[in-house]
Design a protein around this ligand. Structure first.
Ligand SMILES: [Zn+2]
Length: 235
């Protein structure tokens, strides 16, 4: 169950676990955030009192976790980049930028002039990602549109910070290019989700029924995407 702890101007969401076997209050902080485990019948004000008492420790640990979770991303050779669910290594060689980046055996080779700045390297890699994303998504959208018997008027890539996809009533599908970092079944889930909106423009039980026909294990795939979201948004 989701709860919130208010500390001054900060609001900290936490997960509450009630357990019949617990005798004391347990606090755990991991990359997913704060989890509070309490005895089954403990009243809320009791654990809230403990959270307030430990607030300095909680805030410090959460800060530490955040700084570990997202070290600043630097475009340089040797970086491991997520692609279709596996890490690939970025290799930089001197050469003409007219030659496109090539992925072979888990290594993405990018030719760059010497010297170059990290931003220019980043732009070339992002361009490569977007091209790969478009080709992959086009194929998957075509497969699912045929299965559902729906039409897509246009497919575009989006760069949204929070959304993975969207679908308009006129059939324009937008998919976040960062999805190409995820394993293919996860991409398929998002594609199936957006295409199911061609039939149901809402998140009703009928909508989820359509999604589950295309994608029976969508619950796990959705959870996977949620837990990997910060990782996929590093660049
Ligand atoms: Zn939706």
């Amino acid at each position: 169950m989701r709860h919130r702890l208010v500390l001054g101007s900060e609001e900290i969401p936490y997960l509450l676990r009630r357990s019949p076997r617990r005798r004391s209050i347990g606090l755990r902080i991991d990359p997913a955030g704060l989890t509070v485990s309490v005895p089954a019948r403990l009243p809320q004000h009791e654990w809230e009192r403990v959270l307030l008492k430990k607030s300095a420790w909680i805030l410090a640990r959460l800060d530490e976790m955040r700084s570990h979770a997202t070290p600043p991303f630097i475009w340089q050779a040797g970086q491991m980049l997520p692609f279709l669910g596996s890490p690939i290594e970025l290799a930089v060689e001197h050469g003409s930028t007219r030659i496109r980046p090539q992925l072979a055996e888990g290594v993405l080779r990018v030719l760059m002039p010497e010297p170059h700045d990290p931003g220019a390297l980043g732009n070339r890699v992002l361009q490569w990602y977007r091209r790969e994303a478009m080709a992959f998504f086009q194929h998957r959208v075509a497969v699912y549109a045929r299965q559902l018997g729906v039409e897509v008027s246009r497919l575009c890539l989006s760069n949204a910070r929070t959304r993975w996809g969207s679908c308009t009533s006129t059939g324009i599908i937008r998919l976040n290019w960062r999805l190409i970092k995820a394993p293919p079944p996860v991409i398929d889930y998002v594609v199936a989700h957006e295409l199911a909106h061609r039939i149901e423009m809402n998140h009703s039980p009928a909508f989820w029924q359509t999604v589950s026909q295309l994608c029976p294990d969508y619950t796990e795939l959705r959870a996977y995407l949620k837990t990997h979201s910060a990782h996929y948004h590093r660049f």
